[in-house]
Ligand binder design. Structure first.
Ligand code: NAD
Length: 321
């Protein structure tokens, strides 16, 4: 069995390889070559934590396994990231455990890769203004991956906790882009691409605030009850997702689906756009929305890539198990 500790991940894999792995697995899911098993996610009644498993099998890439972990909101105050996860890979021919891989950085990279894939395939080509809602741990990863897809000229942002906006300002600075903190009316009116990455349980962005052709990547809602945008915005937008079953149960679409304003067959897999089966954006004026719920196959795809790289670079720890 191979062990790739969390501390090795940053030196092994970067945004490009994660983007490629995630784009490929979304395409495989849409072709029916890869599928996710039902998600388990529970509030465990301790440390305010959400804990669970995401798992799946990619028949094409032979990635079989699971990510176990979750969200501990009090961790940051103790010098740890709020997300804690570990990825386990199994040999698809024998069921023997193949690898254990640190999943914290990989979660941030694969989540940012997912919205970046959506921006590549759905955002208006001439997008210039990136709007960020959320300024937590994931937001910096999201911004860095997003700016690789379009020629953004500036970043605007809003956060429920304004004192956290400094993270967006610093990240934009790193990327050589000016940053301005704005209210949600200005954000919805000016941004060509909006990423929401919060742990909100109430709608933040309202339908009326989004004007003109915009692409919105809703990345924070990954649990029943969470919500980042008004259900009317979901109803109006052309909606894509990583996996429809997750979108309507634990994703941003859950509320519009429950209200009957967005049907299952009106939500399209991003993989179908990657594969060319769906044309994606039809006009510059359209509002497209990606409901990035986060699927286990994303984790397996990036973890498999890391294991290959660790073996190639001779840093994989082999354990007899
Ligand atoms: P974090 O704890 O570092 O930051 C939380 C963010 O949510 C901050 O911007 C905070 O201001 C905001 N927030 C907190 N309470 C809020 C409220 N009541 N209303 C509005 N905003 C509020 O978390 P993070 O690591 O940046 O993760 C953000 C979210 O992304 C989490 O909910 C997490 O579960 C989700 N996530 C999703 C995926 C996916 O694949 N879709 C992957 C990783 C994380």
């Amino acid at each position: 069995m191979i062990v790739v500790p969390e501390s090795e991940i940053a030196g092994l894999i970067g945004r490009d390889a994660c983007f490629e792995a995630v784009e490929q697995v979304f395409a495989a899911m849409s072709l029916g070559d890869a599928y996710n098993f039902p998600v388990i996610r529970e509030a465990i009644g301790h440390a305010d934590a959400l804990y669970g498993f995401k798992s799946g099998f990619d028949r094409a890439g032979l990635a079989l396994g699971l990510k176990s972990g979750g969200y501990w909101p009090g961790n940051e105050a103790k010098g740890m990231t709020n997300h804690q996860s570990t990825i386990f890979l199994f040999d698809a021919d024998s069921g023997k455990v193949k690898a254990i891989v640190g999943g914290n950085l990989l979660t941030a990279l694969r989540t940012a890769a997912a919205s970046s894939v959506s921006i590549k395939h759905l955002a208006p080509k001439r997008a210039k203004v990136l709007g960020m809602i959320g300024a937590g741990h994931q937001s910096a990863f999201q911004m860095r991956a997003a700016v690789e897809q379009r020629q953004f000229e500036r970043v605007i942002g809003w956060n429920f906790h304004p004192e956290m906006l400094v993270r967006l300002e610093e990240t934009a600075g790193e990327l050589g882009l000016p940053f301005q903190a704005v209210d949600l009316d200005q954000l919805g009116a000016e941004a060509d691409v909006i990423i929401s990455i919060t742990s909100s349980f109430d709608p933040i962005l309202k339908d009326a605030q989004v004007t003109g052709g915009t692409h919105i990547a809703c990345m924070g809602t990954d649990t029943k009850g969470k919500q980042e945008v008004e259900a009317a915005l979901i109803a109006r937008a052309t909606v894509f997702t990583d996996e429809v079953a997750q979108a309507i149960s634990i994703g941003e679409c859950q509320h519009a689906f429950a209200a009957g304003t967005k049907a299952e067959n009106e939500i399209f897999e991003i993989g179908s756009v990657i594969n060319g089966a769906h044309q994606g954006r039809r006009s510059d004026d359209e509002v497209t929305l990606f409901d990035g719920t986060g699927v286990g196959l994303q984790d397996l795809a990036v973890a498999s890539a890391v294991v290959d790289l660790a073996v190639e670079k001779g840093v994989a720890l082999e354990v007899v198990f």
